[in-house]
Design a protein around this ligand. Structure first.
Ligand code: SF4
Length: 389
């Protein structure tokens, strides 16, 4: 085991790990969603909780002394679990690993089926950051996306989160939905801003293989193209910062001090341990993944078998690609001195040609120690970042 420092007092310290629990349960699969999940009416919930707790116990044998700064319950729809079940995850994580305070504990929730009483119980269980899958405040868009809530329910869920005492709320919002003109999107962003969440995460609607949306597109449905999406993204890049949200990562905007501690760990290359079907783990310098079929995960867990299926040691080349790819997602970019410290050579030694090319095109720039995407580079981030991969 690699010894990590216990610099728990320093929020965001490089040695602090994140814990992630993938909750693969949804009431109904949305037509665009390709995540690892099963539709569930509640019958599997307790088995799932037991399996994750067993995996935590098992993993803690090797990682018991790990200082962790965040616990993220993502999905799927973690808010389908009972607050008491969420409390057991939190208690076990605290008992099995070494918690750094203040610990960021995020729960992803869908607006339907939650109310202030239930949200208060999640807070009492220890959740201190709520990520609400609002997606849109337009009923037509929500219907197209196959969401099971309306705009009014989305707003009511947000208000319920405030009534329950949540002081750190993330709203997930989707762009690139058919009919979303620049004017409608600007209006939508203004309504989001008027709600005053601490954090906004933007997702461009994409077509994934094997989804209902993929089949609709094959049958002739037309979606906004790349250029349309770029226009909508650029509007968000103006409207959100004008209203006090810092564009700190390609898809994420936050009021100062409310950047996601957990997700920042991914972009900064900090270690994380993943629990639940399909969850990945990273520990310097290796990576492993849990089996992604939920029933298989539950079966293997129940019989005491290892629930992981893939393990790999990362080569130096893989680590470089990953550091570049993830670092460029951050607004501040890649620290070139940290790079040199880690790899023993300047970043230009590996990526000089592509850096020169994109600097000349005005898509990359040096800001002191950091190499970062410019505004133009962010608009074409996928293709710029792909050149580093
Ligand atoms: S609620 Fe989220 S995770 Fe569940 S099916 Fe819809 S998009 Fe996928």
């Amino acid at each position: 085991m690699i010894a990590l420092g216990t610099d728990c007092g320093y929020k965001g310290g490089v040695n602090q790990a994140g814990l992630y629990v993938h909750v693969p349960l949804c009431a109904k699969r949305c037509p665009y969603c390709a995540f690892v999940l099963i539709e569930s009416d509640g019958g599997l919930h307790e088995r799932f909780v037991g399996a994750v707790l067993r995996q935590m116990e098992r993993v803690s044998g090797e990682f018991r002394r790990v200082p962790f700064i965040s616990l993220y319950l993502g999905g799927g729809t973690p808010s389908l679990l009972e607050p008491e079940q969420v409390a057991r995850f939190i208690e076990t994580a605290r008992a099995r690993f070494e918690a750094c305070e203040p610990l960021e504990i995020t729960l992803e929730a869908n607006p339907d089926g939650i109310h202030a009483g239930r949200l208060r119980a999640f807070r009492e269980a220890g959740v201190n950051r709520l990520s609400l899958g609002l997606q849109s405040l337009d009923d037509e868009e929500l219907a197209f996306l196959g969401r099971t809530h309306t705009a009014a329910q989305g707003t009511a869920a947000y208000e319920a989160a405030r009534a329950a005492g949540f002081g750190n709320v993330v709203l997930d919002v989707m762009f690139g939905v058919p009919g979303q003109t620049p004017e409608r999107w600007t209006g939508a962003l203004k309504r989001i801003v008027a709600l005053a969440p601490e954090h906004v995460s933007l997702y461009g609607l994409t077509v994934e293989n094997g989804t209902a949306l993929g089949r609709w597109v094959k049958s002739g449905l037309s979606l906004p193209g790349e250029e349309d999406q770029k226009v909508l993204y650029e509007i968000a890049m103006d409207v959100l910062p004008e209203n006090g949200y810092r564009h700190y990562e390609l898809s994420n905007f936050a009021r100062p001090g409310y950047e996601s501690v957990h997700n920042s760990g991914y972009w900064d290359g900090r270690p994380y341990l993943g629990f639940g079907p399909g969850a990945h783990s990273y520990w310097p310098h290796r990576r492993w993944a849990n089996v992604s079929n939920t029933r298989y995960y539950l079966r293997r867990s129940a019989t005491g078998e290892d629930v992981t299926w893939m393990r790999e040691e990362l080569t130096r080349e893989q680590r470089m690609l990953e550091r570049a790819f993830l670092g460029l997602r951050r607004a501040r970019g890649i620290s070139t001195s940290s790079w040199e410290g880690e790899f023993g050579e300047p970043i230009e030694a590996r990526f000089g040609a592509v850096i020169d090319e994109y600097r000349e095109l005005g898509m990359l720039e040096r800001r002191g120690d950091f190499l970062a995407l410019t505004r133009a580079g962010r608009l074409l981030a996928d293709s710029v970042v792909a050149k580093f991969a």
